[in-house]
Design a protein around this ligand. Structure first.
Ligand SMILES: C[S@@+](CC[C@H](N)C(=O)[O-])C[C@H]1O[C@@H](n2cnc3c(N)ncnc32)[C@H](O)[C@@H]1O
Length: 218
């Protein structure tokens, strides 16, 4: 047994004390740029926090589902969505990105700014499966993550390209990677923006279905 607070409790405490340095009015420029490029559709905002990405996109005609496991983050998002008059365009969900059974397939864009890289390995696998289930063929996932000590390594709160390839590779092409450096208060680390494109057909979701109906030999 450990008396350490869990990751959820630490995150919840941060929202309770408004210690959320990533929270700005606008989403990162990379999110704004992808929104410029694509026609409005359905967006999935993973680990949405106060839903800045969903709000930005909803103003531009997108329909958003935003998910965060901290109720205080969703309450904050709720206030902002209401204040922006976007309640009909942004649906907010308290839940884990590892199990989004309350959502159905059909998203054109998924955005994750800083959620995936904090998950445990088994949670990352569940997340990848959920993403494969929910995203339409040809859809885009934009994933911002801290890397390990350098861009080649995964670490306790960071991921490297190899991990992204092995987890998402069966269902997504890595279309683009942009390495950079993140400096936020006392944190300084390598980071990367991954752009993934959902493949047509035979991803992990399909393999699951095949397993259920008894397809063998792969
Ligand atoms: C660094 S914050 C970024 C918030 C938001 N994406 C933004 O850019 O403002 C990461 C968010 O992921 C959420 N999160 C972490 N693990 C999660 C999980 N398993 N399910 C849902 N949300 C999670 C946290 O509560 C937190 O709001």
């Amino acid at each position: 047994m450990t008396d350490q607070p869990s990751r959820f409790e630490r995150m919840q405490q941060r929202y309770r004390s408004c210690d959320i340095p990533w929270d700005h009015e606008l989403p990162p420029p990379e999110v704004m740029a992808v929104a410029e490029r694509l026609p409005a559709g359905r967006i999935l905002d993973l680990g949405c926090g106060a839903a800045r990405a969903s709000i930005y996109l909803a103003v531009r005609g997108w329909q958003a589902d935003a998910v965060d496991f901290v109720p205080e983050a969703i309450a904050m998002a709720q206030e902002r969505v209401k204040a922006a008059g976007l309640a009909g365009r942004v649906a907010l969900h308290v839940g884990s990105v590892t199990d989004m059974h309350f959502l159905e397939e059909g998203y054109n864009l998924a955005i994750d700014v800083g959620c995936f890289h904090g998950l445990q390995p088994e949670e990352q696998q569940l997340y990848a499966r959920e993403l494969a289930r929910l995203m339409r063929p040809g859809s885009i996932c934009l994933l911002y993550a801290h890397c390990g000590h350098n861009a080649q390594e995964s670490g306790p709160t960071g991921i490297a390209r190899g991990l992204v390839e092995s987890l998402f590779g069966p269902d997504f092409e890595i279309a683009h990677v942009e390495y950079g450096r993140t400096i936020m208060r006392d944190l300084e680390c390598d980071s990367a923006w991954y752009e993934l494109v959902r493949k047509e057909g035979s991803g992990s979701g399909f393999r699951d279905q095949e397993a259920k109906i008894g397809v063998r030999g792969r």
